[in-house]
Design a protein around this ligand. Structure first.
Ligand SMILES: Nc1ncnc2c1ncn2[C@@H]1O[C@H](COP(=O)(O)OP(=O)(O)OP(=O)(O)O)[C@@H](O)[C@H]1O
Length: 119
């Protein structure tokens, strides 16, 4: 039982380290983090409802986690096959496509929340 708890705590430490690596080294995550701060400020400014906060937080979490997984896929692809290959191109494009989908959804969510408040 003790080793179970120690392993879980260690796992949390590695995961936190991963999140710090993403924020320190990945430009796209840094941009998304800045946008997350901006919409959080907007949330306080426009005094959005609890439901709007929940959806906004989910959208932020969705985009940043998918971006993190996309970075992991890119790193794996570069590690196992550093040279040009059609398959690697497709793998990276598909992973980037997943980020695109989550980002489009996040923009739609932002529109639904804020457009009525600024018009
Ligand atoms: N090894 C490869 N073989 C084939 N196509 C590739 C390869 N590496 C990258 N590509 C193509 O280039 C696109 C961008 O790849 P990637 O995101 O790795 O490059 P980058 O612009 O250097 O990104 P980053 O700055 O995030 O590292 C991919 O979506 C893919 O279409």
């Amino acid at each position: 039982m003790k080793t179970f708890i120690v392993k879980r705590i260690r796992g949390f430490g590695y995961a936190f380290k991963g999140a710090v690596i993403l924020l320190k080294t990945e430009a796209s995550i840094q941009v998304q983090f800045c946008i997350a701060i901006l919409v959080t400020v907007a949330g306080f400014y426009f005094n959005i409802s609890s439901t709007e906060w929940l959806v906004q937080l989910l959208a932020i979490g969705l985009v940043m986690s998918v971006e993190g997984l996309n970075t992991a896929v890119e790193d794996i692809a570069d590690f196992i096959h550093p040279d040009y290959h059609n398959k690697i191109g497709r793998i990276k494009d598909v992973a980037a496509g997943a980020v695109f989908i989550s980002a489009v959804i996040a923009v739609i969510i932002a529109g639904i929340i804020y457009i009525p408040k600024i018009t």
